[in-house]
Design a protein around this ligand. Structure first.
Ligand code: CA
Length: 248
């Protein structure tokens, strides 16, 4: 009887050991799966931190994407501080920027050639917004400096965002009035024939690469200015002075 009991006990021990082994394996499997998942989540987060909008944050974007040589510039193109404005001639906030912030930048940093201020199209407010962008590129092609007269004029004469006012006739007449010294007949043809639509599209591609989601958006030496700071001139001035000191 005792022999039988002892046999039974040893069988129970074997079964218990097997159950313990199964439970240990299950625990290992769960822990292994969790570690695997955490590893995947970590990799995804790492990849995201090197791409997209975060790329445009503190680390900044690779300035090569701006194609500086192909863009209108006010001030000194070789200045140690380069500002890029992404804008749309139909956007009311861009008009506000041109009227309130740009004149201060011009006075403090552009006219004395401390910075180069670049404009890149991000025209997206309807088909006539593209037409306005093409007109800007056409003026720039004829005379790079004349572009800034066009820039001032189109914002000062901006129509409603909801209306298609930037027609070839309107734009050509505007240039006749405010942008002297260029071939106005050629300009009108270039607007009507959409001669520089590729340039406008190329600029839009740059905006996408830079993670621009609204206009106006500024970059100072490749570092994106937070949207809420675009109209904070004291902030912009401080950031520019920091960059000027850093590059000394
Ligand atoms: Ca351009």
């Amino acid at each position: 009887m005792s022999k039988k009991k002892s046999h039974k006990n040893s069988k129970e021990r074997v079964l218990q050991k097997q159950a313990e082994e199964r439970s240990r394996r299950m625990k290992n499997l769960i822990v292994g799966t969790l570690i695997g998942l955490l590893f995947i989540v970590g990799i995804v987060a790492l990849v995201q931190s090197f791409s997209g909008d975060r790329n445009a944050g503190e680390q900044g974007v690779d300035e090569e994407i701006f194609d500086y040589d192909q863009q209108p510039v006010a001030g000194d193109p070789d200045a140690p501080v380069k500002i890029v404005e992404f804008g749309d001639f139909k956007c009311p906030s861009c008009k506000k920027f041109e009227e309130e912030i740009y004149p201060q930048l011009k006075k403090d940093f552009i006219d004395n050639e401390k910075i180069g201020f670049y404009f890149v199209n991000n025209q997206f407010l309807g088909p006539d917004s593209i037409t306005a962008g093409i007109a800007g590129e056409a003026v720039y092609e004829q005379d790079p400096d004349a572009f800034w007269k066009f820039y001032d004029s189109i914002y000062k004469n901006q129509g409603l965002e909801s209306e298609a006012w930037a027609t070839p006739d309107f734009l050509a007449d505007l240039a006749k009035k405010d942008v002297p010294g260029i071939d106005h007949k050629k300009l009108k043809k270039d607007i009507e024939n959409e001669t520089y639509s590729e340039e406008v599209q190329a600029d839009k591609g740059i905006a996408e690469k830079a993670g621009v989601t609204s206009v106006p958006t500024l970059f100072i030496n490749g570092k994106k200015v937070p949207g809420e700071k675009t109209f904070d001139y004291d902030y912009l001035k401080q950031r520019i002075e920091e960059e000027l000191n850093r590059k000394k």
